[in-house]
Design a protein around this ligand. Structure first.
Ligand SMILES: Cc1ncc(COP(=O)(O)O)c(C=O)c1O
Length: 393
């Protein structure tokens, strides 16, 4: 007999990843013999750097694979703090670094820490879809604020101020952003941090794509919000810059007074981040690994520099040059007013897979698609040539 117990109401509000449906359809076409150019996939195509694999193999052979502290291996927390010092010029006490099972677990911990029932968290629309779901799972209310090219597809202090209500608990910003690849400028981030502070709220900044920033002058580094927002929760991850998506490892730098509560939550929710992954990640911050990841960052930049003008030339509108991550959020209204159908038709018509805007929110979602440049240059060129032929330019 079927169970009569209904699932909790929150489950109905959690949307599936539409991108997975695109990917499933693309794989089915491939299985039937079609050649497909994959521009829907949101993870780097590069393998995990060899020194990290070697460190993992040594750790597994060594056998010390027990639970670690819920906060992570002390040596890894120190290495992450050292990376902020050496790479971003920011002093962070290692005690404030909490290693997590991907930045996904960091988001889970932070939302569990700050969101009460019916509390509102302000987010951009479009945004990474899981963010609103983390808020909803905690019985909070995600408030998507429509953003467009006029604000770099990002929240501004002014937008946050105008949408702040008595129920607002904080704001969550991803910079560089998925799906838009755009960045909150430094001075704007400062204004946001000051405003959220003045409102007595909590700022959460997702910097998982910070290492993948482009267009900076030689020797210039991207800046972390930690440089001036000491009271923010700043999340990051080994997934993207270090090409370690499947290892499930990330971190959050938290204000010191919240570390103990985050530790309690981590202990109860998942005990500790994966031990082999943490031991492998100790090899991430060596000059050898950083030389590999830096070279790959340059490869992503070259792909962006090819793809954006090519898509514009085909007729997509990309009013703001993306400067981070590996995504281009393109206005496809010259071709369609239904981006979901457009993605299906283009996939069937010329074998190029990309993601409809629907995955990232409601604001003009039917007029946007996301291209990921997580494939080699020759494949990107093939994809662009197919789109050019199919879309008639
Ligand atoms: C903006 C953003 N935040 C967080 C995540 C979660 O990544 P992970 O849990 O692998 O660190 C992703 C993954 O695509 C993302 O795009």
């Amino acid at each position: 007999m079927e169970s009569r117990i209904a699932t909790a109401a929150r489950v109905a509000d959690i949307a599936p990843f539409h991108v997975m449906e695109v990917q499933t359809a693309a794989r089915a076409l491939e299985a039937a013999g079609r050649s497909i150019v994959h521009m829907e996939i949101g993870e780097p195509d590069f393998p995990t750097p060899a020194p990290v694999i070697a460190a993992a193999q040594a750790a597994i052979a060594g056998g010390d694979l027990y639970y670690t502290s819920a906060l992570g291996l002390p040596a890894l927390r120190e290495a992450i703090a050292g990376h902020y010092r050496d790479h971003y010029g920011v002093q962070v006490a290692p005690e404030r670094v909490i290693v997590t099972a991907g930045s996904s677990a960091a988001l889970l911990l932070v939302m569990a820490l700050i969101v009460n029932r019916d509390d509102q968290i302000l987010l951009s629309d479009p945004a990474y879809p899981c963010n609103r779901h983390f808020v909803r799972v905690m019985e909070g209310e995600p408030v998507g604020i429509p953003v467009g090219p006029e604000s770099n597809y990002q929240l501004t202090a002014d937008l946050i101020d105008r949408h702040w209500s008595p129920a607002t608990r904080g704001a969550l910003i991803a910079t560089p952003s998925n799906p838009t690849g755009t960045v909150v400028p430094q001075d704007e981030m400062r204004r946001i941090a000051d405003l959220v502070d003045a409102r007595g709220g909590q700022l959460v900044v997702d910097e998982i794509y910070l290492g993948l920033t482009y267009g900076l002058a030689r020797g210039e580094r991207p800046q972390s919000a930690l440089a001036f927002a000491d009271d923010a929760f700043v999340l990051s991850s080994f997934s993207k810059y270090f090409n370690m998506t499947g290892w499930r490892l990330g971190w959050v730098v938290a204000p010191e007074r919240h570390v103990r509560d985050l530790e309690k939550l981590a202990q109860n929710l998942y005990i500790s981040p994966a031990s082999p992954s943490q031991r492998a990640a100790l090899a991430c911050f060596t000059p050898e690994t950083l030389a590999i990841t830096e070279e790959r960052r340059r490869a992503f930049e070259a792909r962006r520099d090819f793809l954006v003008p090519a898509l514009r030339d085909i007729g997509f509108r990309i009013p703001v040059m993306p400067t981070g991550g590996f995504f281009v959020y393109a206005d496809c209204s010259p071709f369609t007013d239904d981006s979901e159908r457009f993605c299906r038709e283009v996939l069937a018509g010329c074998g190029v897979a990309f993601t409809p805007g629907l995955d990232f929110g409601r604001h003009r979602a039917a007029q946007h698609v996301r291209f990921a440049y997580t494939i080699a240059m020759d494949k990107l060129e093939d994809g662009v040539a197919r789109l050019r032929r199919y879309l008639g330019r």
